[in-house]
Design a protein around this ligand. Sequence first.
Ligand SMILES: *Cc1c(COP(=O)(O)O)cnc(C)c1O
Length: 220
Amino acid sequence: MNRYDEIASNLAAVQERIAKAAALAGRSEDEITLIAVTKTFPASDVDILSQLGISNFGENRDSDAAPKAASVAGTWHFQGQIQSNKLKSITSWSNVIHSLDEMKHFEIIEKIAPHSLEIFCQVSLDGSTGRGGASTEKLHELATAIGNSSRHRLVGLMAVAPLGVQPLEAFSQLSLIHKAFMVDFPKADKLSAGMSGDFEEAIALGATHIRIGSSILGSR
Ligand SMILES: *Cc1c(COP(=O)(O)O)cnc(C)c1O
C-alpha cells in the first residue's frame, strides 16, 4: 500500500472509532477536535493529512516542528515539554499550546510571543512532574495569570494519563478537576485528553481535543 492509502485508511478507522465513542457518550462528534500528532514524521505525511481534510497538527519538539509548520498550513498545536530558550520559536509557529505548566514560561510568552495564542494548562494527575503538568495547587495561579492576559486566551486543561493508572480512572479524576476549575474559569471549557491508547475513554469523560499519532501514522 502506498503512504497516502495507508494514512487514509488509518485515519478513516480512527474517525469511525471517534464517532462510535461520541455516540456511546451521547455527545456530538462536532464537539471533538482531532489533532493529528505528526512528531517524528516527515512534512510529506502532514501534507497527506492535509489533503485528507485534517487541519490540526500536534508536535512535541520545536526543531522538528518549525519547518513542518512553515510548509503546511493549518492550526499547529505544541504539546511537548517547554524549554524557556525555545519559546521564541515555539510561539512563532504554534497557534495553541497544550503543555503550559510553569508561571515562568507564561511570563516569557507574554513578553515575546509574536501573536496571540490559545493556551491549555497541563495538570499532573499523580502529582509527579515526570510527564509534565502543574499540581492542582499551582494550576490556579497559572490560570489566573493567563486569564488576566490581554493577548492570550486560556481555553482549558490538558492532561496525560499517568503510567500504570487505568485511563477511565485517570480521566474521571481529570473531569472532576476540570469541573472544579471551571467554577473559577468558566470560559476554560476545553479538555485536551486522550492519545492512541486511550482516546475512547477520554471522549467518554468529556475530552474536546484528542491528540492522536501512532494510530494514524504508525509506530514511531
Ligand atoms: C506523542 C504524544 C501524543 C500522541 O501519542 P500516540 O500514542 O502516538 O497517539 C499525544 N499527546 C502527547 C503529549 C504526546 O507526547
